[in-house]
Design a protein around this ligand. Structure first.
Ligand SMILES: [Zn+2]
Length: 101
């Protein structure tokens, strides 16, 4: 039987099962790529510096698209704390330290 795998926890999601696709579109803030008050010499230096980079790496630096499959549980956790800052866990820890006093 065909199945997908949750990219976060590894659980198998059977074909037709509930799953979510998380698409992440990372785009460089182009305000910061070329300063407005740049001189021609600085621009030339910047361009020659860029030529030394691998074009694929340069493309990833400016724009990158990622996609992940998540199960329902991981989707709930991801939407609550996408960067895994453990905010929920910190609240629990504070509660525990409160009990010690
Ligand atoms: Zn999962």
């Amino acid at each position: 039987m065909r199945y997908d795998v949750c990219d976060r926890c590894g659980v198998k999601i059977p074909e037709g099962g509930l799953k979510y696709i998380v698409r992440i579109d990372i785009v460089a803030d182009d305000d910061n790529i070329i300063p407005e008050d740049i001189t021609d010499e600085e621009l030339d230096a910047m361009i020659s510096g860029i030529k030394e980079f691998d074009p694929d790496m340069l493309e990833r630096d400016v724009h990158q698209e990622l996609a992940f499959i998540l199960c329902k549980r991981c989707k709930e956790q991801f939407t609550r704390d996408p960067f895994n800052t453990m905010k929920d866990k910190l609240n629990i820890d504070e509660g525990w330290s409160g009990e010690l006093h």
